[in-house]
Design a protein around this ligand. Structure first.
Ligand code: MF3
Ligand code: CO
Ligand code: CO
Length: 281
């Protein structure tokens, strides 16, 4: 996810246009590029499911992911991005996002987010979801459910005429209604032929505020939800974001495109494995 206020560098587009809010309106034929890239990213996350077990090192998961990306003839968007060196971010338990794959081994009951972004024919496919190593605690499973539902509530608010504030408000209402908190320090982002572009997609907000959604906008929604307080801090590696109170955090991410009557989700799981314990979406 983009750090707050990250400015978009928009380049390399032959099509589409920027609207008054500086948000790119893509052409109908651009949806197909996003579909292909989004599907590959989601397929890779599906193939990781059987690899996530107690005892596996997160660097092993990352190298399997990098192999799958290369094998598909695609590129990792994160290798070399701002000095990042891996094909995934793997964020365990109280890590909010941008966890760096390492020799650290998963333990029974760990919950983790794996976030992958691929580039196919210049289009970016960005998605993340939660995994469990063995059997999670009841409170961890509840957090995963709430966070998944936050994403889906946000997506349900995506339609022309609604605003980005409507998306954030729907997510915030669901999270806080279940006594969880919404991370403010990271947000979703425009996506397309660039990794991160305008707008910042906030996961909290007031209905009716912010830019109006228009068909042809492509962006991610990727709420990070904590059991405890919302505050985060960055570790000394300059990447890993953790909850300040060390409470558990979860995240799900889809990339979507606004259509005439709603939205298309580009990163649906082909195998129906998006939610780690439902195994049906
Ligand atoms: N995929 C992340 C996102 O959702 C960005 C990761 S950037 C990295 O926007 F460098 F940390 F990998
Ligand atoms: Co993202
Ligand atoms: Co991502």
């Amino acid at each position: 996810m983009a750090a707050m206020n990250e400015n978009a560098v928009i380049q390399g587009y032959g099509q589409g246009r920027l609207n008054r809010d500086g948000i790119r309106i893509h052409d109908p034929e651009d949806f197909e590029g996003m579909r292909v890239a989004g599907r590959l990213a989601a397929q890779i996350l599906d193939r990781v499911v059987p690899l996530v077990t107690p005892g596996v090192a997160t660097i092993e998961l990352d190298s399997a992911i990098h192999d799958m990306i290369r094998e598909a003839g695609a590129k990792s968007a994160t290798v070399g991005y701002k000095g990042y060196r891996h094909a995934s971010c793997i964020s365990i338990n109280h890590v909010v996002c941008h966890g760096i794959p390492s020799e650290k081994r998963l333990r029974e009951g760990d919950i983790l987010n794996i976030d992958v972004t691929v580039i196919v024919d210049g289009w970016y496919g960005d998605t993340s979801r939660m995994y469990v190593a063995g059997k999670p605690s009841r409170k961890a499973e509840r957090l995963i459910d709430i966070t998944h539902d936050c994403l889906m509530e946000g997506i349900a608010a995506v339609r022309p005429g609604n605003t980005f504030g409507d998306i954030g408000a729907a997510i915030q209402r669901h999270a806080e209604g279940h006594r969880c908190s919404v991370v403010r320090d990271f947000c979703g982002h425009g996506i397309g032929r660039v990794f991160h572009s305008a707008p910042n997609v906030l996961h909290y907000g007031r209905p009716g505020t912010g830019p109006v959604l228009e068909p042809g906008m492509f962006f991610t929604i990727e709420p990070m939800i904590n059991i405890g307080r919302a505050e985060t801090k960055i570790l000394d590696d300059d990447w890993t974001a953790v909850t300040r109170d060390r409470s558990l955090s979860a995240q799900f991410e889809h990339a979507v495109g606004v259509t005439e009557d709603g939205c298309e989700i580009f990163t649906l799981s082909p195998a129906g494995l998006f939610h780690p314990t439902w195994a049906r979406d």
